[in-house]
Write a protein that binds this ligand. Structure first.
Ligand code: GAR
Length: 230
């Protein structure tokens, strides 16, 4: 039996994370691995998905984390699905909800109570390339730098205040796949670093401003070579 990542015996009260993921779940795995290695002061109390067969759910089960799968087809509207999903998520009392490859647009009313308590990782240097096909769009634009952003989620798609970014250089022979592949490892480090900083209380959202140690963040933090944010 895999040991549960929730409710460790040693600490109280733990910062509680819920992770929403639609697919592969490599960012979820990075959080699980960091938690196991002692690099994430938070318990993952739920992994939820809109896809019953998402590999992310399997990763959660293997780690002994509670899972939830709801099928949007069982709900008449997007709003009804989101309302049901977040009602179930709320039962697990998360301090933070992490969208880690959760590929749905959220209903504004269902989202409203979570603003300030929900972050998303998006594979571009926001505000560039909201939405899909970010790697292809960066290549088509001839960008020298590409990257990933962690931002607080608001009703505006990929438009919420950015907490931190990781950058990689674009190579002349890059394809969307090579770029995505090279970025993924940076995304993992970026997400772990952001969640850790939020769990430690260093980062918060006030109105539409990210606060870093109580001060407004003028520009997003950057992921450094040592995995820290600065
Ligand atoms: C990541 O690249 C993440 O940035 C992206 O989906 C991938 C999930 O990978 N998210 C979005 O595109 C959200 N708009 P994973 O399932 O292996 O964690």
């Amino acid at each position: 039996m895999p040991s549960s990542l929730a409710n460790p015996e040693s600490r109280t009260p733990a910062f509680r994370l819920a992770v929403l993921a639609s697919g592969r779940g490599s960012n979820l795995q990075a959080l699980i691995d960091a938690r196991r290695a002692g690099g994430l002061p938070a318990d993952i109390v739920l992994v939820a998905s809109d896809k019953a067969f998402a590999p992310a759910l399997q990763r959660a089960e293997e780690a002994g984390i509670a899972t939830l799968a709801l099928d949007p087809k069982d709900y008449a509207t997007r709003a009804a699905f989101d309302e049901a999903l977040f009602a179930r998520v709320a039962e697990h009392r998360p301090d933070l909800v992490v969208l880690a490859g959760f590929m749905r647009i959220l209903d504004a009313a269902a989202l409203a109570p979570w603003v300030g308590r929900m972050i998303n990782i998006h594979p571009s240097l926001l505000p560039k390339y909201r939405g899909l096909h970010t790697h292809r769009r960066a290549l088509e634009a001839g960008d020298a730098l590409h990257g990933s952003s962690v931002h607080y989620v608001t009703a505006e798609l990929d438009g919420g205040p950015v907490v931190a970014q990781a950058e990689i250089p674009v190579r002349p022979d890059d394809t969307p796949d090579t770029l995505a592949g090279r970025l993924l490892g940076e995304e993992h480090r970026l997400l772990v670093a952001c969640v850790a900083r939020i769990a430690e209380g260093h980062i918060a959202l006030a109105e539409s401003t990210v606060l870093h140690d109580g001060r407004p963040l003028a520009v997003p933090l950057r992921l450094q070579g040592d995995g820290q944010l600065a």
